[in-house]
Design a protein around this ligand. Sequence first.
Ligand code: SAM
Length: 337
Amino acid sequence: MATTIGNTRQSLVDGMGRTIVNLRISVTDRCNFRCTYCMPADNVEFMPRDKLLSFEEITRIAQIGSRIGIKRLRLTGGEPLMRKDLPTLVRMLTRLEGIEDVAMTTNAFFLKEHAGALREAGLGRLNISLDALDPEKFRDVNRRDCLAEVLEGLKVSSEVGFKSIKINAVAMKKFSETEIMSLIEMGRSDGFEIRFIEFMPLDSDRAWERNKVLFGHEILDLIRKKYELIPVENSLEIGPASEYDFADGKGRIGIITAVSNPFCDHCNRIRMTANGKLRTCLFSTHETDLKELIRGNASDDEIVKTIRDAVLIKEPGHKINLDDFEQPHRAMHAIGG
Ligand code: SAM
């Protein structure tokens, strides 16, 4: 039986003194795309459906999190919109006391159909993944031929009133160089912040190599050939991106240097997989099972203690750049990006 833990809002602080305010919630490991950096081309083994947390179970964890300091939620996957009735979950989460913001990361394919309902349900912000504007390159990396549907989803999302739409592009050598400027021009003209994420070792094929990463400084060099950029002060204290404004006042970009210049010191997030495993780092090699607790009728106090204990030993940083780096057993689609 659930017991209450009082109305006083507490904070969730890890062993390094970092205050955790963000919870990323994966709602499914399934995806309609097969991005090379994230999933294998076929024969993917997905989580059995009865192992996925229900909307009620997700909401209970988020509610408990909100009482101990979680303020912001992001729904992700797999592709979150592969899960039916997602606006219902968004509505359940936005109603929680203490939750200031519910956002979503999506490949935009289903947004044409669902953007309006998500907006009405209270979804605040959207991050849309789009690595290439060249249709062939898009198909090569996403292993799906549907750039037009993604662009339509993006357009409909702007039309229904999403104010903050960010576009995430994974930055890979010998791939992204030709796409950077066209993405930037689209962002400047249509009001989207384009964010380049250094390719991280989270691919199922384990084909990641350091020399396949297009580094943040290389991206900046490319952009600076045409535009003057002004760093936004303290952007890393708010999120994972180092942000830059265009000196002509037309827009902003972000660079997520997860490999070349990790921002772990500022990390303020934890994640929960679709089957209810708490991960304190994207690169965690151990997880804490919250599903078993909820399904075993654990009290709120017990769940709080479990979350606090896990957070206390949150990894000081990822080890991509160290000799003892171990790639997590789960690929990105099964963690929740
Ligand atoms: N399906 C949704 C989407 O496409 O946005 C959400 C899940 S996807 C795993 C979330 C984000 O993770 C995307 O922006 C994707 O580009 C990023 N991502 C996946 N694998 C990555 C990798 N190996 N390195 C860097 N970013 C990655």
